[in-house]
Each structure stands twice: as structure tokens, then as C-alpha cells.
Design a protein. Structure first.
Ligand code: SF4
Ligand code: SF4
Length: 344
């Protein structure tokens, strides 16, 4: 249940970090390109993805639409900080329409020294951005130096204030331990089983090996944001209850499930949120009503041979979506999130 207060009031009274859980999020996925290629990335992002990002005009318009959802609005990716000049221009332009994002999500790789970190975050604050979300876990820290992550959080707290920074306050030693876990297959397997990621995208291909297979009919795990015991995925596809909503650089509307729900070049986000997504594709209807078992049924009808077991509800979904993609290219895309990077 989302907090009934308007998002601006929640941010004012509670800060950006708390508002994320209270109001849920909506984001502009500025690019699928990233400075890292984390093993748990459900979007399959990497430095080798095309240098494609949302245009300034599209992005300003989409931020204005995102703000109409009364959610906490952010810019994510990929790593949007790769395109800092364009990102800053975008925030400034959006701010002239009272539509600057509430926060930017970053992996902290840009925070290579104090001066750059302070300058960039101050410029974003002056362009209307209210806070920052900074990732930290063994998958990110395997690739991102602990000093960057610590510097980024420390400076962000100084620039935005602590309650506007969604990032655990890890010491350098703790970050180094996360890095060590990320670089040790046995420790990573143990950590992954204790903190199961959504086994989709690169996570589905790289991390499923850490989990035992179970019969498809037993897979009613909680998803990222609840739903334990429910084989359907209704919660993630109902405009009222979905945790997040993303607009990608191509205008695709999606969630972390990577099923395209529509395109904002076709009609606006508020219209999609009013009308819902049912009836747009057999894939969306199947996951809404039956979850991945519905997708499995669609796949078997098209010649898929089911396996004896799968590692997770979302892992089953990923395996079946890869098979179904040629049959439903309009909703199972874009290429960046389904086709492994050649160097993966
Ligand atoms: S998880 Fe985030 S930081 Fe890691 S590759 Fe994906 S988008 Fe980049
Ligand atoms: S099973 Fe598929 S549709 Fe359901 S939450 Fe997981 S990824 Fe999303």
C-alpha cells in the first residue's frame, strides 16, 4: 500500500531514502550502457552495449509524465553518470518544468576523486536533484573500487543530506569484504543463496548455478517485492501495486521483469497507468494471471521441452522468455536485455 500523502510532502517530511519505500518508484532508464557488467544485472548492461541514450527532448517529456505517477522519480540505467554532460543538461531542462528527478541511481564508478565527486553531485543538486542512490554488494564491489563507493556516499551525504541518500554506510573494510566475496566463487555462492537476486538477464545465466532446481509447480517464491505463495505475478503488472515502472531510451514501458508493457510514443504513461496492461499481449496476460507457469504453457504449445526443474520462479520465467522471444518480439525485448554481451 503506497503512502497516501503526495510524494513531494513525503520527500519533504521523510527524505528521499524513506520515500522510495513509502511511495514506490518510477524511472527513466537513460541508457543500457554501464561502466560495469555485474553478474547479478537483470538488464545485461555492460560497457560494450551501444552508446545509446534517451534524447534531451524525449527525456524531458518522459520525466514530466513520470512525475504524474506520484511516485519517487529517478534516473537509472545502465550508468547514467557515463553521460554526465547530457545528464546535467537534462536535469536542468527538466527542472525548468518542475520535473527534475528526485534522485539519480549510480554504481559510484564516477567517484574517482574528491573534486570530481563533489563537483558533479553539487551540479546535480543545483539542477534540482534531491538525492542519490548508491549500490553496494559483492557483485558491484567485485568491479567497483571500495574507495569510490565510500567517497561517493560520504560526498553525497554532504551535498544532499543523509536522509536523501539511499546507501548503506559501509566502512572501507566492509566494502573490501564485499569485494572479496564477489571474487571468491564459494563465498559468492553462499552469499547469493542468502540474498537471492531476480534470476533474469545476466543473473539468470550466471547465478542460477548457485541454486538447486525444483519442479516448476513448486516455484511460488516471493518476488523482489513480495507475493510469496502466489504463483501469479499480478502484483508486478497492476498499475496500483507494481513496485516500479521504467521508461527506457526507446520509450518502452517496462518493469524489472523485462516484459515491454507498451511504448510512450504510442500513448502517454498516465494513459497506460489508467488503462492497465491486460489484453495487450498473451505474454502479459499469462504472467498477470498465472505467472511463469502461464509462459511455460505458451512455450510448450510452441515446441519448448520443459526441464525437470528450475532454480527460482523468476529463473523459470527467464528461461521460458528466452525461448518465447522470437514468437513475441514486441514484448520480449529490447536486444540489449535479452542477448548476452559477446564478451560475457
Ligand atoms: S547492476 Fe547496475 S551497475 Fe551493475 S551492470 Fe547492471 S546497471 Fe550496471
Ligand atoms: S516470474 Fe517473471 S513476470 Fe513474475 S516477477 Fe519474476 S520476472 Fe517478473
Amino acid at each position: 500500500m503506497r503512502d497516501p500523502r503526495p510524494v513531494a510532502q513525503v520527500i519533504e517530511e521523510e527524505g528521499v531514502a524513506a520515500a522510495i519505500g513509502l511511495k514506490h518508484v518510477a524511472s527513466l532508464l537513460y541508457t543500457y550502457r554501464c561502466t560495469l557488467s555485474c553478474r547479478h544485472c537483470c538488464f545485461y548492461c555492460s560497457p560494450r552495449r551501444p552508446a545509446t541514450h534517451a534524447s534531451l527532448d524525449d527525456a524531458v517529456g518522459w520525466l514530466m509524465q513520470l512525475h504524474q505517477t506520484d511516485r519517487v522519480i529517478h534516473i537509472a540505467g545502465g550508468e547514467a553518470m557515463m553521460y554526465f554532460t547530457q545528464l546535467l543538461d537534462l536535469c536542468r531542462a527538466a527542472n525548468r518544468h518542475n520535473a527534475a528527478p528526485h534522485f539519480i541511481e549510480t554504481n559510484a564508478t564516477f567517484a574517482r576523486n574528491q573534486a570530481v565527486t563533489y563537483e558533479r553531485l553539487s551540479m546535480l543538486r543545483d539542477a534540482g536533484v534531491r538525492g542519490l542512490l548508491i549500490s553496494a554488494d559483492p557483485y558491484h564491489q567485485r568491479l567497483c573500487p571500495p574507495a569510490n563507493r565510500k567517497r561517493c556516499r560520504d560526498v553525497a551525504v554532504e551535498v544532499f543530506g543523509e536522509r536523501n541518500v539511499a546507501a548503506a554506510d559501509h566502512s572501507l573494510e566492509e566494502l573490501q569484504d564485499l569485494r572479496d566475496i564477489g571474487r571468491d566463487e564459494a563465498r559468492l555462492g553462499e552469499w547469493t543463496r542468502r540474498h537471492p537476486p531476480l534470476l533474469s538477464g545476466r543473473a539468470g545465466d550466471e547465478l542460477a548455478r548457485f541454486f538447486a532446481d525444483r519442479p516448476a509447480s513448486d516455484l511460488t517464491d516471493a518476488m523482489w517485492h513480495g507475493g510469496e505463495g502466489d504463483p501469479s505475478c499480478r502484483q508486478e503488472f497492476d498499475p496500483e501495486t507494481m513496485w516500479e515502472i521504467h521508461i527506457d531510451p526507446y520509450g518502452n514501458l517496462e518493469t524489472c521483469c523485462l516484459i515491454v508493457l507498451g511504448n510512450v510514443h504510442e500513448k502517454t504513461l498516465p494513459e497506460f497507468m489508467r488503462d492497465g496492461f491486460l489484453g495487450r499481449s498473451p505474454v502479459i496476460d499469462a504472467v498477470y494471471h498465472e505467472g511463469p507457469l502461464g509462459l511455460l504453457r505458451l512455450a510448450v504449445d510452441r515446441g519448448y521441452q520443459p526441464r525437470a526443474g528450475y532454480p527460482q520462479k523468476c529463473g523459470l520465467c527467464w528461461e521460458v522468455r528466452k525461448f518465447l522471444r522470437p514468437h513475441f518480439p514486441d514484448v520480449l525485448g529490447p536486444d540489449e536485455v535479452y542477448v548476452p554481451d559477446p564478451s560475457d
